[in-house]
Design a protein around this ligand. Structure first.
Ligand code: PLP
Length: 399
């Protein structure tokens, strides 16, 4: 689990070589902005799977719930249990698949809500719960595959699947949903096809005489791009953390990145012209430079493929990284800051003065997506909450 430090002045961070800062005010603002896009009857699910995209699930969940989210989405049972153990009572949807009787028992015990995507799975749930002697039915969410081709019942069989689950004892259908494959693309063709299929599936379900109590379809991109995709609930991950799923969605609302990565200078020294730096000497100084060593490396989640291709921020200035990034340390050319001292803070990812480096910048360099960058920071980096919204009480967010 993450270690949390909520002191706003970071005083106890003085000893840390590197850490992740989580800006709760930015998080609260993002949630409020997202909520503002929605019809008042549409609920907001904060997707906090994968430890809230690396931000720390408990703190993110509590802050999101305090500012307008009413549902939480996780991928796995342990992720759901972590939230329940922290005292969180909001409904929690398991977005991933669960299949075994052991998993069914844990879901019932912890009051999590599973996604069902096959008849076999529904039967395992119904039969396992019948052995538990529970009176109340378990809320379950039916997943329809409309073109993502991942979990879910193929959309032409949605009505038959719904009828089967509706008849099984101990299960209560709480929603019918689907997931989009290309909502972040500027070309809406496939998204529209998926939406047509979703509407077709819902129509066929209603024709059997069953009305799903809740429908949901939209991830971050779909939430930003088209209100007709919102239905009763939107499932928002990335935008909660202050990043846009695609550049063309930037105009919709003003989001602020929640996560920043910081580290300290641990040594400063001059390097003579012709000197090689770090493993493999992938950088050789072509002139005398001032070099700084920083206490963060690929074992903290800085992608090694950024070696010689990234810059960082010190005193509001952009400074190039040089040589191979090593497991626990990386080097900088700090010739532009001749009086730099050991212990000074380096912004690896985030904002310093009017300069900023975003997860999108790294993703573009690396040919990946910002989602993967956010999830890459290791638990060796303590998560430090800053910028607490006024309504929040520090005691309640210690994880
Ligand atoms: C992860 C996930 C989301 C959130 O996606 P974002 O693009 O991060 O908003 C929504 N729905 C499902 C089913 C998911 O797995």
């Amino acid at each position: 689990m993450l270690s949390w430090d909520v002191s706003p002045n970071l005083s106890s961070m003085r000893q840390e070589r590197a850490w992740v800062e989580i800006n709760l005010a930015a998080l609260a603002q993002n949630v409020q902005q997202l909520k503002g896009l929605l019809n008042p009857k549409t609920e907001l699910m904060a997707v906090v799977k994968a430890d809230a995209y690396g931000h720390g699930a408990v703190t993110v969940a509590q802050t999101a719930l305090q500012h307008g989210a009413t549902w939480l989405g996780v991928a796995t049972i342990p992720e759901g249990i972590e939230l329940r153990e922290a005292g969180i009572q909001a409904p929690i949807l398991l977005l991933g698949a669960t299949n075994t009787p052991e998993q069914v028992r844990a879901i019932v015990q912890w009051q999590l809500q599973p996604t069902l995507g096959t008849p076999k799975q529904a039967l395992v749930f119904s039969e396992t719960i019948s052995t538990l002697g529970h009176r109340r039915s378990l809320p379950v969410h039916l997943k329809i595959d409309t073109g993502m081709s991942r979990l879910g019942m193929p959309y032409p069989e949605a009505a038959e699947f719904t009828r089967l689950v509706a008849r099984l004892p101990h299960l209560k259908i709480a929603s019918v949903y689907s997931h989009l494959a290309t909502a972040d693309s500027p070309d809406p063709t496939i998204m529209r096809t998926q939406h047509d299929r979703f509407q077709q599936a819902i129509h066929s379900i209603r024709e059997t005489g069953f009305t799903p109590p809740r429908l949901h379809f939209a991830n971050s991109a779909a939430t930003l791009v088209d209100a007709s995709l919102h239905y009763d609930l939107v499932r928002v991950g990335l935008a909660t953390y202050g990043l846009y799923p695609a550049p063309h969605l930037r105009d919709m609302i003003s989001l602020k990145p929640v996560l920043q990565v910081k580290a300290r200078v641990t040594q400063v020294k001059p390097i003579a012209a012709g000197t090689g730096v770090s493993y493999g000497h992938q950088y050789i100084a072509d002139r005398p430079i001032l070099m700084a060593v920083v206490g963060i490396g690929y074992a903290d989640g800085i992608p090694r493929n950024l070696s010689n291709q990234m810059s960082v921020l010190i005193r509001g200035q952009r400074v190039p990284q040089i040589g191979a990034i090593t497991m626990d340390q990386l080097m900088l050319d700090v010739s532009a800051i001749p009086d730099l001292r050991e212990g000074e803070v380096v912004t690896i990812l985030g904002q310093d003065g009017n300069q900023s480096i975003s997860a999108d910048d790294w993703a573009n360099t690396l040919g990946t997506i910002s989602w993967e960058i956010l999830c890459s920071f290791k638990h060796r980096l303590p998560r430090v909450a800053i910028g607490q919204p006024l309504e929040t009480h520090p005691q309640t967010i210690m994880g």
